[in-house]
Design a protein around this ligand. Sequence first.
Ligand code: FES
Length: 127
Amino acid sequence: MNTLVTKLDHKWLSLTLRQPWKTAMAGSKLSTLPPEPVIPSKKPFKVELVGGKRYSWCTCGHSKNQPFCNGAHKTKAQGLSPLRFVPEKDATVWLCGCKHSNNPPYCDGMHKQDFIVSATLHEQTDS
Ligand code: FES
């Protein structure tokens, strides 16, 4: 058993010394974290929802159809996807515009926090 371990250790050590970057990166990706959302608005959106209808709330902030998804996340924020929800009944609600609510898709007042107030608004572009 000790011989086997020694042989394996020797091979690992040999590979590590010759190509240390390959060993260190084996099985890992450079970035596995999803992108951070951009802030399209520092105020919530007042929306009249229809009960039983399916909605897709934009989580990435890149949609030009705020607060709803327009598919922009597929090219501008890979790793993020819309939050789909179906309200039980017709209602007028405030949907989060800063994309940092702890109760998405609804506004929880997070846009009043200093890090949102002092943040730069994202400019929607065609690119
Ligand atoms: S465009 Fe933002 S989640 Fe789809």
